[in-house]
Write a protein that binds this ligand. Structure first.
Ligand code: E4P
Length: 217
């Protein structure tokens, strides 16, 4: 399973890359705004330079024609840019055209297995079901991952399942068990994956025993 970072903060991308577990990055216009980004193009280039993995850059146009123009522009910024397209009828049309041009896409704002099926039929490289936002409204987000996996395997779609809107380590575990290809997560969640109190306690004990042995010899 691949780990992507869901962020627009360069420092977080650098730190995750240094940990050696970073396979890619996803951004969205809200994350870019939160990071205070003004020059989007320069910022996408900067993120793309920090990882060899795919970097999702989202269009902000809503019509087919404008989305295609924006997607072509974004795809030219760096070889590892993947264009994020919202799941709308116009977006679905754009997915098919972009696939024909060899531009990789991440279809975002997926909340049902049928939306994912349509995006896959239209040639999306990735689909991003938003787990946390479904949980927020009382649905079981992980069911969507399970059903998408089942449908894609049943019909042999190569579209990757990218579990998004991840809020805590349990989401990552469940997405892995359900066969998601990728989990994109905030940096805080990625760091949490490393933590276990018994690891800390065990290491402290090993080091204390080592010190005791050497102090007494
Ligand atoms: C995915 O690519 C989105 O950027 C993201 O996971 C949305 O997560 P949120 O629901 O925490 O905003």
């Amino acid at each position: 399973m691949q780990f992507f970072l869901d962020t627009a903060l360069l420092a977080e991308v650098e730190e995750a890359a240094a940990l050696g577990v970073l396979d890619g990055v996803t951004t969205n216009p809200s994350l870019m705004a939160k990071a205070g980004v003004q020059d989007f193009d320069a910022h996408y280039r900067a993120i793309a330079a920090l990882t060899a993995g795919p970097v999702s850059a989202e269009v902000v146009s809503t019509s087919y024609t404008d989305m295609i123009a924006e997607a072509r522009h974004l795809a030219r910024l760096a070889p590892n840019i993947v264009v994020k397209i919202p799941f709308t009828p116009e977006g679905v049309k754009a997915l098919r055209t972009l696939q024909g041009e060899g531009i990789r896409t991440n279809c975002t704002l997926i909340f049902s297995p049928l939306q994912a099926l349509i995006a896959a039929k239209a040639g999306a490289t990735y689909v991003s079901p938003f787990i946390g936002r479904l949980d927020d409204i009382g649905h079981e987000g992980m069911n969507v991952i399970r059903q998408i996996r089942q449908i894609f395997d049943r019909y042999g779609f190569e579209t990757k399942v990218l579990a998004a809107s991840i809020r805590h380590p349990l989401h990552v575990l469940q997405a892995a068990l359900e066969g998601a290809d990728i989990a994109t997560m905030p940096f805080s969640v990625m760091r949490q994956l490393f933590n276990h109190p018994l690891t800390d306690k065990g290491l402290a004990q090993f080091l204390a025993d080592y010190e005791k042995l050497h102090a007494s010899s």
